[in-house]
Design a protein around this ligand. Structure first.
Ligand SMILES: Nc1ncnc2c1ncn2[C@@H]1O[C@H](COP(=O)(O)OP(=O)(O)OP(=O)(O)O)[C@@H](O)[C@H]1O
Ligand SMILES: O=C(O)C1=C[C@@H](O)[C@@H](O)[C@H](O)C1
Ligand SMILES: [Mg+2]
Length: 213
């Protein structure tokens, strides 16, 4: 990815801005050309992948930043579900985890044909080194580094999470995964003791300052 820098200032104010709880959302008119108006121009694939444990807030963050920076958001779990026509829980139950992981890798590689996505990833995306390579080929990886307990509290409908299992199992997975997330990350955001809005502002600023948004 080649980056053409633009002027200072966060967030990018072009079009109209409005405040929503804790967040400044900047609206750009449809079709507006980002040249010379403080927008970054990237050549090649320039996705931003958000990784982290279950319930860390990846989807919420990618959605919030998508609204803030006018970038499309996709979620790998939702892409797999749409492609296979069933929920993640059903895929695990009917076809097993390997089939889910194969589908996840296929969906990930399909993103190479798209531009400027904010991608919230399934919690297990880092289980396959091939996925980490794909993400690095297509952009940068941001790790939301948080506590296991916060993740567990935030998970909605834990009974629908085939990957979660008992608290002890979740703890084991967390311990096993943390170095994988760290190894994959280009950037790490410490999300402990922060609200979802604080995380969105902090990561937006970090990515903006580095010319990634
Ligand atoms: N602004 C918010 N304030 C408080 N809680 C929130 C907020 N946004 C989301 N949540 C809660 O936190 C949960 C986890 O957030 P999110 O779904 O973004 O995490 P995730 O990392 O994508 O999780 P998953 O592993 O399920 O994909 C949500 O299901 C929701 O219940
Ligand atoms: O952490 C995991 O292994 C998973 C997380 C979810 O996002 C889904 O991708 C699936 O349930 C597996
Ligand atoms: Mg999610």
């Amino acid at each position: 990815m080649k980056t053409v820098p633009r002027g200072p200032g966060f967030p990018p104010v072009a079009g109209t801005g409005r405040i929503v709880p804790g967040l400044l959302v900047c609206r750009r008119k449809r079709g507006a050309v980002p040249q010379g108006s403080g927008y970054v121009v990237h050549e090649g694939c320039d996705h931003i992948f958000f990784v982290g444990f279950l319930g860390a807030g990846k989807s919420t963050l990618a959605r919030n930043l998508g609204a803030l920076f006018h970038r499309p958001h996709v979620d790998t779990d939702r892409l797999v579900e749409r492609r296979l026509g069933k929920s993640v829980a059903e895929i695990f139950a009917d076809e097993g985890e390997d089939a889910f992981r194969d589908a996840e890798t296929r969906e990930l590689s399909r993103l190479s044909g798209r531009k400027s996505l904010l991608v919230s990833c399934g919690g297990g995306i880092v289980e396959r080194p091939e996925n980490c390579e794909l993400m690095h080929e297509m952009g940068v990886v941001v790790y939301l580094d948080g506590d296991l307990e916060d993740s567990l509290r935030q998970i909605r409908r834990p009974e629908r999470r085939p990957d979660l299992g008992s608290a002890e199992h979740a703890r084991e997975v967390y311990r096993h995964r943390r170095p994988l997330y760290q190894g994959a990350a280009d950037l790490t955001i410490d999300i402990r003791d922060k609200t979802f809005e604080q995380v969105a502002l902090e990561s937006g600023q970090l990515l903006w300052e580095r010319g990634l948004l």
